[in-house]
Design a protein around this ligand. Structure first.
Ligand SMILES: Cc1cc2nc3c(=O)[nH]c(=O)nc-3n(C[C@H](O)[C@H](O)[C@H](O)COP(=O)(O)OP(=O)(O)OC[C@H]3O[C@@H](n4cnc5c(N)ncnc54)[C@H](O)[C@@H]3O)c2cc1C
Length: 397
């Protein structure tokens, strides 16, 4: 570290992306400050993980099986006909359903254990990236670093500052969700907790998630494709849909709701300003997609790892002031993001769900390709479904 700088890198945001980037940069030997405005453990939604996160989790050196529910796959359910389709996801790599509060805390503490200086309850207010360094002002004090990693989640600090955020219109518009405990023992619940699958019932206004958590608890949410009407009672909406779902009625008979009903809205967007002079974004701050395929944390930590490796090389070679530093690896990120984006967009065209997902047993190769995408295996270049999703979008501009 140079005398003129407090740290090599300041990472803003102590969620999965920020803790991952900070830990990997510290493993490379750089001095890192990780700033989080909240205090861990703090509630966060996003509990279903993807298997292709595993290599990054291994690099971080944490055991993510500890205390968490093993996840073997995803089951899509047509609520009208009762048809179900299981996609196995954990053939070669393992993954889990987990509560984010302890998981995010574990990642944050792991960063500290790797030598990252971690500050909680410190909010970044202003950032200035210039040719000779980065000036960061928080609600406590100021810092100067050689580089900035923006991992502020959907706050998207740099994207909003640079007016790079564009909403994606055609996906889910809002989510309403809660948690249940004391799930009664019956065949439905036994199967759910034995397989650890995420269940995704498809309903007329969107889709529902049912995520089994350790301790015989369930995370349940409804994602709606319409704008939220001003007078809409979201709690009533959620409970109305839960009551109409035969599978949820079986799972929740006698169960106790133990968390408030929460709402998230306007969640899908792209960020056109993902990198620039002495900064880069990773995780949700680089872009965010409707969560139907549970891709959020996977994209967050894989993008953070890619960014950390690139920043490390640049710092080692003194190239960190190059505004185009991330141009090449950003292409890899966009391949993954756009694949998921086109896949999610097609999910909302109900013919895809009915003709592709629920017919998948008649097309084993297609089923394997869907499972590959749902697992997060996005960079092989060999997946015909992925290639056609990307090509059909290119052909319509
Ligand atoms: C309804 C819904 C359901 C979802 N379900 C899933 C799922 O099943 N599986 C999945 O993988 N993903 C899911 N997600 C997505 C998942 O929540 C995110 O993709 C994931 O949390 C991204 O991690 P991150 O580190 O980029 O951002 P975050 O986890 O949001 O972390 C960002 C951190 O930055 C901090 N911060 C922000 N601004 C500042 C500042 N100025 N100064 C200091 N700190 C700051 C915040 O406090 C926060 O802790 C879901 C999302 C939604 C909305």
């Amino acid at each position: 570290m140079n005398d003129r700088f407090d740290y090599d890198v300041v990472v803003v945001g102590g969620g999965p992306a920020g803790s991952t980037a900070a830990t990997l940069l510290a493993q490379h030997g750089h001095t890192i400050l990780l700033l989080e405005q909240d205090k861990h453990p703090r509630f966060h939604i996003g509990e279903s993980m993807l298997p292709f996160s595993e290599p990054v989790v291994q690099r971080l050196g944490i055991d993510w099986s500890e205390g968490n529910q093993f996840k073997s796959g995803a089951v899509f359910i047509d609520e009208k006909s009762g048809r179900r389709m299981f996609f196995p996801l954990s053939a070669h790599r393992k993954t889990y359903q987990l509560e984010r509060a302890p998981f995010d805390q574990k990642l944050f503490q792991n960063a500290a254990a790797h030598g990252v200086k971690t500050h909680e309850e410190e909010k970044v207010l202003e950032v200035s990236c210039h040719e000779h360094g980065v000036d960061i002002t928080t609600d406590k004090r100021s810092y100067r670093s050689r580089y900035l990693v923006d991992a502020t989640g959907r706050t998207a600090l740099m994207g909003r500052k640079q007016q790079g955020i564009t909403r994606i219109e055609n996906l889910g518009k809002f989510a309403v969700y809660t948690h249940f405990e004391d799930i009664p023992a019956n065949d439905e619940a036994d199967e759910l907790f034995r397989t650890g699958c995420i269940y995704v019932p498809v309903v007329d206004i969107g889709w529902i998630w049912i995520i089994p958590l350790s301790g015989h608890r369930l995370s349940v949410g409804l994602v709606v494709q319409k704008e939220r009407p001003k007078d809409c009672d979201v709690e009533e909406l959620l409970h109305r849909y839960l009551a109409q779902s035969p599978i949820l009625c079986r799972l929740l008979a006698g169960a106790k709701q133990f968390a408030p009903v929460r709402v998230e809205a306007d969640f899908s967007y792209t960020n056109q300003q993902r990198y620039g002079l002495r900064y880069v974004c990773c995780g949700d701050s680089a872009g965010f997609l409707d969560p139907v395929f549970s891709s959020g944390v996977f994209i967050a930590i894989t993008s953070a790892a890619r960014v950390a490796d690139q920043v490390h090389l640049a710092l080692a070679e003194g190239r960190e002031a190059d505004p185009q530093l991330h141009a090449e690896v950003d292409g890899e990120y966009m391949l993954g993001f756009n694949t998921m984006r086109r896949f999610v967009e097609r999910f909302y065209q109900s013919d895809m769900v009915h003709n592709l997902f629920f017919e998948a047993d008649n097309h084993p190769e297609m089923k394997a390709e869907i499972a590959q995408l749902l697992a997060g295996d996005l960079w092989t270049g060999q997946n015909q479904l992925q290639n056609s999703l990307l090509a059909s979008h290119r052909s319509v501009g």
